[in-house]
Write a protein that binds this ligand. Structure first.
Ligand code: HEC
Ligand code: HEC
Ligand code: HEC
Ligand code: HEC
Length: 130
């Protein structure tokens, strides 16, 4: 009983330590696997999308997906720049072109756009919205 408690406490300390350290170490590349979900202009029925970030990073440049903005225009990605959530800029209030006016629209343009163009990666709803 006592032994078990010690093991648990050690495991907890390890996990807690890891939880504090890992975001700092991994922050450069972001998470390997993501579930994307719009929050700002979310549809009434949530429709999370799976996104294997690491798998994409292995073959696609960061700049292909990430960019900044100034005066309502895109600013090209540069290494080490702060990466904001897509919907912090792609939201209805920002008034961007309809094709990219929400996280949903921007994501569909970017994600499906590339999959279609490259004839690789899912283009059917269920391929991303499991
Ligand atoms: C290549 C991946 C991909 C495909 C294919 C895709 N989507 Fe999406 N979709 C996304 C991403 C990424 C988002 C933004 C994150 C989220 O809210 O799921 C999104 C968002 C949405 C949203 C808004 C969800 C919300 O909670 O606000 C709807 C609705 C939606 N998609 C419907 C569809 C339908 C219908 C299809 C098929 C015709 C489809 N999607 C195909 C990736 C995809
Ligand atoms: C195929 C598209 C794509 C590529 C390539 C890509 N990313 Fe991402 N990345 C995304 C998406 C989508 C998100 C989620 C953004 C969101 O939540 O709004 C993301 C999130 C991130 C985050 C987390 C931001 C946060 O909110 O915590 C970091 C950091 C990041 N990416 C870094 C990189 C780096 C560095 C590279 C290149 C080595 C890269 N990404 C390549 C699409 C991509
Ligand atoms: C700092 C603000 C900002 C962030 C963060 C941002 N965008 Fe954008 N994005 C813009 C602006 C501004 C434009 C250009 C609008 C115009 O010229 O009409 C743009 C253009 C686009 C376009 C159309 C042009 C192109 O490159 O195909 C797509 C698609 C797009 N963004 C998707 C995304 C996705 C996906 C993410 C998250 C991974 C993201 N954006 C993050 C501001 C941002
Ligand atoms: C610049 C091109 C490009 C962009 C942008 C892109 N993808 Fe992909 N994606 C690919 C390619 C290429 C594959 C096929 C990889 C393979 O089969 O090895 C793929 C595969 C996938 C798969 C299937 C992975 C698997 O293990 O079978 C999913 C899910 C996916 N993408 C979701 C997304 C989502 C969501 C986004 C937008 C946030 C996105 N992709 C943006 C090129 C892209």
């Amino acid at each position: 009983m006592i032994k078990k408690t010690i093991v648990c406490a050690t495991a907890f300390a390890f996990l807690a330590g890891f939880a504090v350290v890992s975001p700092v170490m991994a922050s450069d590349a972001g998470p390997a696997e993501m579930t994307l979900q719009a929050t700002v202009d979310a549809a009434s029925k949530p429709k999370p999308a799976v996104f294997p970030h690491k798998k994409h990073q292995d073959t696609i440049k960061c700049a292909e997906c990430h960019h900044g903005a100034a005066d309502g225009k895109q600013v090209a990605y540069t290494e080490g720049m702060a990466i904001a959530k897509c919907e912090s800029c792609h939201n209805k209030a920002a008034g961007l072109d309809k094709k990219i006016s929400t996280f949903k629209n921007a994501a569909h343009a970017k994600c499906k756009g590339c999959h279609k163009a490259e004839k690789k990666g899912p283009t059917k709803c269920s391929g991303c919205h499991k």
